[in-house]
Design a protein around this ligand. Structure first.
Ligand SMILES: C[S@@+](CC[C@H](N)C(=O)[O-])C[C@H]1O[C@@H](n2cnc3c(N)ncnc32)[C@H](O)[C@@H]1O
Length: 260
């Protein structure tokens, strides 16, 4: 736990400032009610609640999203997935994409904000995530271009076809659940655990996704640091002509892109 950094984020939130602005108001006196609230929140942090869940928001791709317990907090690794998708959507491309498992909605909403003519449909099996996505879509003014549905993987979009399908699915093996830090567990089993092997989501996804892709469509998936080989194989077996596994800044497998 990085208490100093966490303290700065909590204080900035209470003062309604950006963390970078704190040095500018260093000499101003902190109102007593803010001091009291700050001490209270630091205690909650020490009990193992993440800063994101304490302050109820988190930044992704330079923008702030509402977050809440039981739903995955946007991760910096996922920005690589967004970058790879953006590379495949022309600046003024009139494309239609589908995201499985939107969580906060950070992936779809970022794609929409970066590509003004794009339209997205997103689902989540978790009804609380669906409500949170609606809130984040309104917050970022993309509600007219984002269709938000509740359901299991492709079930809400049966019979439809998209230019691409993107997902950051649950991909941690069951056996790792117990060893996860309590603040990570608070993001919910459904968001994290992919099954006994961890890659069960990709097995089902690879088999079915072809039915939902237009001709020459593509898929883009976030993957676990050791899942490049298996996801490459699954997409190839499912008939994807070209598959590329991208590594993140720390040299770990992180994103799979496949072209049909
Ligand atoms: C790892 S989280 C990713 C959330 C968000 N897209 C992000 O990158 O921050 C996976 C999300 O998929 C949802 N999910 C898990 N299984 C699903 C399924 N079969 N169909 C739809 N959503 C699912 C979870 O509820 C969770 O919100």
């Amino acid at each position: 736990m990085e208490l100093r950094r966490d303290g700065e984020l909590i204080l900035a939130h209470l003062l309604k400032r950006k963390p970078g602005e704190l040095p500018l108001i260093f000499e101003e006196e902190t109102p007593p009610d803010i001091e009291r609230k700050f001490t209270e929140l630091i205690k909650i942090r020490q009990e193992g609640v993440s800063v994101a869940h304490i302050i109820g928001e988190w930044d992704f791709y330079g923008r702030t999203f509402k977050v809440k317990g039981g739903i995955l907090v946007p991760r910096p690794e996922t920005e690589l997935l967004v970058e790879k998708v953006l590379e495949l959507i022309p600046e003024n491309g009139k494309m239609e994409g589908f995201e499985v498992g939107g969580g906060t909605g950070c992936i779809s909403i970022t794609l929409l904000l970066e590509r003004p003519l794009l339209r997205m449909t997103v689902d989540d099996i978790n009804s609380e995530a669906v409500e949170l996505m609606k809130e984040n879509a309104r917050l970022h003014g993309v509600q007219d271009r984002l269709e938000i549905l509740r359901g299991d993987m492709f079930e809400p979009v049966r019979g439809r076809k998209f230019d691409f399908v993107v997902s950051n699915p649950p991909y941690i093996p069951e056996s790792m659940w117990e060893s996860l830090p309590s603040e990570v567990k608070r993001e919910g089993r459904e968001a994290l655990i992919g099954g006994e092997k961890g890659y069960e989501f990709y097995e089902k996804f690879a088999k079915e996704v072809g039915n939902y892709l237009k001709d020459k469509g593509f898929v883009a998936l976030e993957i676990g640091h050791d899942q490049g080989e298996i996801v490459f194989k699954l997409l190839k077996e499912a008939g994807f002509k070209e598959v590329i596994i991208y590594k993140d800044f720390s040299g770990q497998d992180r994103v799979a892109v496949g072209w049909s």
